[in-house]
Design a protein around this ligand. Structure first.
Ligand SMILES: Nc1ncnc2c1ncn2[C@@H]1O[C@H](COP(=O)(O)OP(=O)(O)OP(=O)(O)O)[C@@H](O)[C@H]1O
Ligand code: SF4
Ligand SMILES: [Mg+2]
Length: 350
């Protein structure tokens, strides 16, 4: 059976910033992931681990130092000051703060019309009403300014603005982090419904694995610029194979604010301009041994039926990506399932 090509593919992506003092910050290090049609991929990790840098690189807002991004098979290159090419219009970015997507000085209807025209579509009242309906807002919203709405409603309007381009993939960078619990739930439900109804693919960036669990089919866990574990959300939740993922899962039911450390995890995220040797996680890892300070763990494919200790036979994951592979970068990823692994009894409360 031929597997359809992913809509969005990131391969070995690197993003390096140059600080004013000339020091290089490797914000994203050899990160690879795919987003398919009708799939929500969660991207999680603590503050500063490189989630936004990866998201921005995915839509051409950040220059790649290495690696590649493609959308519908076409290369996505940094836009600079150039207008967005037509081929990339169906790849849209949604920000945490809806004001980054909405102009506070223009009425909602005008902004939706702008979005339609920018995509080459006629801005008819019927189409504007349709967009508002898609995000569960009344047609009367068109005559109001963004500040007249609550934070959750503004985020719905920002989603409507993004939908004007009929996106195939939406990169949503912390779209619910600034909202209260009830508005969070509404937006998560809305994005899930949009996925079901339109078949859109979503890269859902969040520091909260609990929220990701509610919406994503796949999850990528980032630490200090690297994806340290990726796989189907149920498989990762049931059997986290990287100690960092375990810590995030342990923290999930707590209302952890952005940038706060997961419960039970010591220390802080190291400076990405000087990452620790070997496994970058070793200064904080409860399982670290001497080898961890020297060896950068290769990606290991996890086989749920296979709890073996032979690393050599399982180091092929990076070369042969199947869509639903469960892969972890820990020297001991194939150890017997940890006692803290979460079973179905640890379902998220709504
Ligand atoms: N323009 C920049 N110049 C230099 N360093 C930067 C720049 N933008 C981001 N960084 C650094 O790159 C790293 C990754 O930042 P990024 O914003 O991608 O993380 P994040 O996971 O999105 O964090 P948060 O959860 O706080 O949004 C951080 O150490 C950050 O300080
Ligand atoms: S390789 Fe070592 S330090 Fe890194 S996550 Fe695994 S056990 Fe911890
Ligand atoms: Mg961010």
């Amino acid at each position: 059976m031929t597997v359809p090509a992913p809509l969005l593919r990131l391969e070995d992506v690197e993003v390096t910033y140059r600080r004013p003092d000339g020091v290089a910050v490797r914000a994203v290090r050899r990160a690879s992931l795919d987003v398919n049609a009708g799939e929500v991929v969660g991207l999680v990790g603590e503050s500063g681990c490189g989630k936004s840098s990866l998201g921005r690189a995915a839509v051409g807002l950040e220059r790649l130092t290495a690696g590649s991004v493609s959308f519908q098979g076409q290369p996505v290159t940094a836009l600079g000051r150039h207008p967005r090419p037509a081929a990339l219009r169906r790849l849209q970015l949604l920000f945490q703060d809806p004001y980054s997507s909405l102009n506070p000085r223009r009425k909602v209807g005008h902004q939706l019309a702008d979005g339609l025209r920018a995509s080459g579509e006629a801005a008819t009242p019927a189409r504007i009403e349709e967009l508002l309906d898609l995000v569960a807002m009344p047609s009367s919203a068109a005559d109001h300014y963004p500040h007249e709405f609550s934070g959750g409603q503004r985020q719905r309007l920002a989603i409507g603005r993004a939908l004007a381009a009929r996106p195939l993939v939406l990169i949503a960078d912390e779209p619910v982090s600034a909202l209260d619990a009830s508005a969070q739930a509404t937006i998560v439900t809305l994005l899930g419904e949009l996925r079901d109804e339109t078949g859109i693919g979503i890269l859902f960036i969040s520091h909260d694995l609990g929220v990701v669990r509610q919406i994503a089919q796949k999850v990528a866990v980032m630490y200090l610029g690297k994806i340290v574990e990726i796989g189907a959300i149920d498989a990762v939740w049931r059997r986290p194979c990287h100690p960092y993922t375990e810590a995030l899962i342990a923290a999930a039911p707590l209302a952890d604010g952005a940038g706060r450390l997961p419960a039970g995890l010591a220390g802080e995220v190291p400076d990405p301009s000087a990452p620790p040797s070997g496994c970058s996680f070793h200064p904080r890892c409860p399982l670290a041994d001497a080898e961890c300070t020297a060896v950068d763990p290769p990606p290991l494919r996890i086989d749920d039926d296979h709890v073996a200790d032979d690393r050599a036979g399982n180091d092929r994951a990076g070369n042969d990506r199947a869509d639903d592979d469960h892969v972890a970068r820990c020297l001991f990823a194939l150890r017997p399932a940890p006692s803290t692994a979460r079973d179905t009894d640890r379902e998220m409360s709504p």
